[in-house]
Write a protein that binds this ligand. Structure first.
Ligand code: GTP
Length: 784
C-alpha cells in the first residue's frame, strides 16, 4: 500500500468520529436551545405574574386611598355642622371673628385627624377666605376650580401639580362645595401631600430587583407626563416627560387605552420590558409596573452564556484531541506503510534472490518465456536436457514452438492462450520435445504465468521433467497389454477394439467389414514332431504370412493358440475378402523352413463373416466367422468359407438373450438382471437404428444408473446376510463401475459397438460367476 492510499484509508476511517462529533454537536445545540427556550418561557411567566401582581395591587391601593379621601372631604362638606357654620360665616360677609375662630378650629382638628397638608376655604366666587395647614400659595387656577365646584354643586379632583412659589411643592387635592340643604355658598379645598402616601406607595419596589419599577403617568398634551420620580432618573415628580408617539413606549401604549399585560414594549430608556398597565378610576392616571426583560431573563441568559462557553471549550478540547489523534493515527499509518513497504521490498529481494538461486541451481530444467513465447533465459539443467548452450538460446532467438515436437504443439498453445486470457493461472501437460540434435524426448511440463505487483502478466515460467524413460516403459507395457508376446501381433483385446472401430467407421461410411478367422491346420503335429520351440517359430512365420496378405490398414491379430483373426475394414464389396482369403490359403500352401533346415507344412482354414450382413454386434460377427472357419475345417481344411447362416445371427432384438440358465434364484436380483438385459438390448437396437449420439448417451446413462442400483441392492444383501466374500464381490462392483465411466468417453469417440459388447460380456460373466455364487449363499440363508 502506498502512502497515498494509506492516507485516504485513514481519512476514510476519520469520517466516522467527525460525523459522530458533528451529530453530537447538533443534538446538544438542539437540546440546549429547547431547554433554554423552556426556561425563558418559565421566567417570562414568573416576571409577568410579578408585574401584574404589583401593578394591580398598587392600582387598587391607590384607588382605595382616593376613595377614602373623597369620603373624608364629603364628611366635612356635606350638611355637616362645619358646612352650616361656614356657609353662615360666608353669607355674613366672612366677618364674624367668633365664627371664623370656630371654623378654623374645626378645620385644624380635621386636618390633624386626616393628615392633609392644608385646607383652604373659598367663597362662591373662588376667593380664598382662610386656610389652615402648611404654607399655601394662592393659586388662581384652584380658585376657578372652587367656583366651578360651588356652581355645579359637584366634588372636584385637583390633579397633581406643582404649587406656585414660594411653596413649589407637589400637591393634589379634593374640592368639595359647602352646602346646607340645596344651597351652596363656598367650597373647601383639602390639599394632599402626595409625598406622604401616594408617591411612596408608587415608588415602593420589591427588594432584590434592579429594574423593577412602577410609573404613574398621565397624558398631557402630546406628552406622557411621569407623575412620580423614576428609579433611574433624577427628575423630580412631574419633572419628566416623553412624547406620546415614542415607538413601543409601554406607558404611551397604556395611555392609549391598552390595559393589563403589555407585550413587546419598551420603557423610557428604550429597553424591552415586561409591563402591566392599570387605570386609576376617577383620575387620568395610569399606573404601569414593569421589569426589564433582560433582568427577568438574566439568570437563564447567564447560564446560557456559561453553557455556551463550556460547550465551546469542550468542543475545542475535543477538536484538539481529535486533531492530535488524527495526526498520531496518520503518523502511525504512514509508519506502518513505510514498514510494510520496506518489508515487502526486502521480501521481494529475498524472493528474487531465492528464485534466482533455485532457478540457477536446480536440477530441474527451467525456462522463462516472454508472453509471446521467446526464451528469456534458461538454466543449466535445461541446457543439458536440450543440448543448447545459453548463447545459442539467445542468438537463435529460440521460442517454445521450436523445441516442441510438431504433433504436440496444439494442447500447449491452447492452454497458454487460456492462461493469458486469465482463465487459468497454470497448467501441467505431458508432451514431446525436440533436442538440438533432433532427438525426441518426453517431458512433463509445469507452466505458470507470473504477474507483476499490479497483476499484469510479466512472463511465463516452465519447469520440465524428463519423462522419456517412463513413457517408453508405459509404451512397452501398453504394447504388451495389447499385443501377443510371441508374434507381436495385436491380441484379442486389441482385436475387439479394432473390430469395433472398423464396424463404427463402416456404419458411418456405409461400407463393409470382413472378419476372417484362421486356424492353422496340422499345427499340433509341428509341435509334436519338431518341438514346442519350432512350433513357436512356425507361429511367428505364420503371423508374417498373414501380414503379407493384407493391407497396412488391416489388422492381423493372434486370437490364441494357432488361431488368428484378420479385420479387413472399409470394403466397398464383401467379395474383396475373398481375394485376401485366397491369398492366405495360397500363402500357407508353401512349406515352412525351420531353423534347423527341416521343412514343415501347416495349412490355414479360414472362415469369413461380413459386417453388417452377418450381424451388427461383434459377438454375432465373431460367432459367424468362427462357424464359417469350422465349415472350412469340415470341408477338408486349407480353404476359406463365407458364413452361410441366416443373414443375421439370432434375433438382434434379443441380442442379449436372458434365458432360464441366467436366473440366480433370488427374485429381486433376477428381476434387476432381466432389466439390465433389456437395457442392453435397447441400446443395441438404438445403435442399429443409427439413433443420435445424444439418445445413445442417455440410454447408456440409464444403463449405468440401473447397474449402480443393482450393485447397491447386492451390497445391501451382502451386508444384511454377512456374505463372507463381500469384499471381493464389492471390489468387482467398483471395478466394473470404474470401467463403465470410460464407456461414455469411448461412445463419444465412436466406439459404441465395443462398449456394448463390453457391457454385455461383463454382465454375463458377473452373473455367471459372481452373482450365482452370491445367490446360492443368500438362498442358503433362506432368501428367495
Ligand atoms: N508351440 C506352441 N504351440 C501352441 C501354442 N499355443 C497352442 N499350441 C498348441 O497348438 C495346438 C493347437 O491344437 P489344434 O488346433 O487342435 O491342432 P491342429 O493340429 O492344428 O488341429 P486342427 O486345427 O484340427 O488342424 C495345441 O497342441 C496347442 O498345444 C504356442 O504358443 N506355441
Amino acid at each position: 500500500m502506498d502512502s497515498q492510499s494509506g492516507r485516504s484509508s485513514s481519512d476514510h476511517f476519520a469520517i466516522y468520529p467527525i460525523s459522530a462529533f458533528v451529530i453530537l454537536v447538533i443534538v446538544a445545540l438542539l437540546m440546549g436551545d429547547h431547554l433554554f427556550s423552556n426556561l425563558r418561557a418559565g421566567l417570562k411567566n414568573v416576571a409577568q405574574q410579578n408585574v401584574v401582581a404589583i401593578g394591580s395591587i398598587k392600582a387598587s391601593q391607590i384607588g382605595d386611598w382616593l376613595h377614602e379621601h373623597e369620603s373624608d372631604v364629603k364628611t366635612l362638606s356635606d350638611n355637616s355642622f362645619f358646612s352650616r357654620e361656614a356657609i353662615r360665616w360666608i353669607r355674613g360677609g366672612a366677618k364674624d371673628p367668633v365664627r371664623r375662630r370656630l371654623i378654623v378650629d374645626r378645620l385644624q382638628s380635621f386636618l390633624n385627624a386626616h393628615h392633609f397638608r392644608a385646607i383652604v376655604l373659598y367663597d362662591s366666587t373662588g376667593r380664598v377666605l382662610l386656610n389652615v395647614g402648611d404654607l399655601f400659595a394662592d393659586d388662581k387656577e384652584i380658585g376657578i376650580e372652587a367656583r366651578r365646584a360651588v356652581e355645579s354643586g359637584q366634588f372636584r379632583f385637583v390633579d397633581l401639580h406643582r404649587d406656585r412659589p414660594p411653596s413649589n411643592a407637589v400637591e393634589m387635592g379634593f374640592i368639595s362645595p359647602l352646602h346646607e340643604g340645596l344651597s351652596y355658598a363656598g367650597a373647601v379645598y383639602l390639599v394632599e401631600d402626595p409625598a406622604s402616601y401616594l408617591l411612596p406607595l408608587v415608588d415602593s419596589r420589591p427588594g432584590g430587583s434592579e429594574t423593577a419599577d412602577t410609573q404613574l403617568v398621565r397624558a398631557e398634551g402630546n406628552d406622557v407626563l411621569y407623575l412620580n420620580q423614576l428609579r433611574d432618573r433624577d427628575d423630580p415628580p412631574l419633572g419628566y416627560r416623553l412624547p406620546l408617539s415614542t415607538p413601543g413606549l409601554a406607558v404611551a401604549i397604556a395611555l392609549r387605552g391598552k390595559q393589563g399585560l403589555i407585550e413587546g414594549a419598551n420603557d423610557h430608556r428604550g429597553r424591552p420590558v415586561f409591563s402591566y398597565a392599570g387605570e386609576i378610576a376617577g383620575t387620568p392616571w395610569v399606573l404601569v409596573s414593569k421589569i426589564d426583560e433582560a433582568e427577568a431573563y438574566r439568570m437563564v441568559d447567564q447560564v446560557r452564556w456559561l453553557a455556551g462557553l463550556l460547550f465551546l471549550f469542550t468542543s475545542g478540547l475535543i477538536a484538539a484531541w481529535f486533531r492530535q489523534w488524527r495526526r498520531r493515527d496518520l503518523a502511525e499509518a504512514e509508519a506502518a506503510i513505510l514498514k510494510e513497504r520496506v518489508r515487502a521490498d526486502a521480501l521481494k529481494m529475498e524472493g528474487e534472490k531465492r528464485f534466482r538461486t533455485a532457478f540457477e541451481h536446480t536440477a530441474l530444467p527451467m525456462v522463462r518465456n516472454s508472453l509471446t513465447g521467446e526464451f528469456i533465459e534458461v538454466n543449466d539443467a535445461w541446457c543439458n536436457m536440450f543440448g543448447y548452450s545459453r548463447d545459442e538460446v539467445s542468438s537463435k532467438h529460440l521460442d517454445w514452438q521450436q523445441v516442441t515436437y510438431p504433433d504436440d504443439m496444439e494442447p500447449g498453445a491452447t492452454l497458454v492462450k487460456q492462461m493469458l486470457a486469465g482463465e487459468i493461472s497454470d497448467f501441467k501437460i505431458e508432451k514431446r520435445y525436440l533436442q538440438k540434435d533432433g532427438k525426441v524426448l518426453w517431458g512433463s511440463v509445469q507452466v505458470k504465468l507470473v504477474r507483476d505487483e499490479q497483476g499484469v502478466p510479466e512472463f511465463v515460467i516452465s519447469a520440465i521433467q524428463d519423462i522419456t524413460e517412463r513413457k517408453l516403459t508405459e509404451k512397452t507395457i501398453n504394447f504388451m497389454a495389447y499385443h501377443d508376446k510371441l508374434t507381436g501381433l495385436p491380441n484379442r483385446a486389441l482385436l475387439f477394439d479394432r473390430l469395433a472401430q472398423a464396424m463404427s467407421q463402416a456404419k458411418r461410411d456405409a461400407k463393409y467389414v470382413a472378419l476372417l478367422f484362421a486356424d492353422l491346420d496340422g499345427f499340433k503335429a509341428v509341435n509334436d514332431l519338431y518341438g514346442h520351440e519350432a512350433g513357436d517359430n512356425v507361429l511367428k512365420m505364420a503371423a508374417q504370412r498373414f501380414l503379407a496378405c493384407v493391407r497396412a490398414v488391416d489388422t492381423v491379430a493372434r486370437f490364441g493358440g494357432d488361431e488368428f483373426a484378420i479385420i479387413l475394414g472399409n470394403l466397398d464389396d464383401p467379395l474383396q475378402a475373398k481375394g485376401v482369403a485366397e491369398k492366405i490359403v495360397q500363402a500357407f500352401a508353401q512349406s515352412i523352413t525351420l531353423s534347423d533346415g527341416r521343412e514343415c507344412t501347416v495349412g490355414a482354414s479360414v472362415g469369413i463373416s461380413i459386417y453388417p450382413d452377418h450381424g451388427s454386434a461383434m459377438d454375432n460377427l465373431m460367432t459367424a466367422a468362427d462357424q464359417a472357419m469350422y465349415e472350412s475345417k469340415r470341408h477338408g481344411k486349407n480353404t476359406y468359407t463365407f458364413y452361410r447362416g441366416k443373414s443375421s445371427l439370432g434375433s438382434e432384438s434379443q441380442w442379449f438373450l436372458f434365458d432360464e440358465s441366467m436366473l440366480v434364484g433370488v427374485g429381486e436380483i433376477d428381476e434387476q438382471h432381466r432389466n439390465l438385459a433389456y437395457l442392453v438390448n435397447r441400446l443395441n437396437e438404438a445403435l442399429k437404428r443409427d439413433e443420435s449420439m445424444e439418445s445413445i448417451q442417455q440410454m447408456l446413462d440409464e444403463l449405468l444408473v440401473a447397474t449402480r442400483h443393482h450393485f447397491d441392492t447386492e451390497n445391501r444383501y451382502m451386508l444384511t446376510y454377512n456374505y463372507p466374500e463381500q469384499r471381493d464381490h464389492e471390489l468387482e462392483h467398483a471395478q466394473l463401475l470404474n470401467e463403465a465411466q470410460r464407456f461414455k468417453e469411448q461412445i463419444s469417440e465412436g466406439r459404441e459397438l465395443l462398449v456394448l459388447q463390453s457391457v454385455k460380456d461383463w454382465l454375463l460373466s458377473h452373473i455367471a460367476f459372481s452373482d450365482k455364487k452370491l445367490a446360492a449363499y443368500l438362498q442358503h440363508q433362506g432368501l428367495k
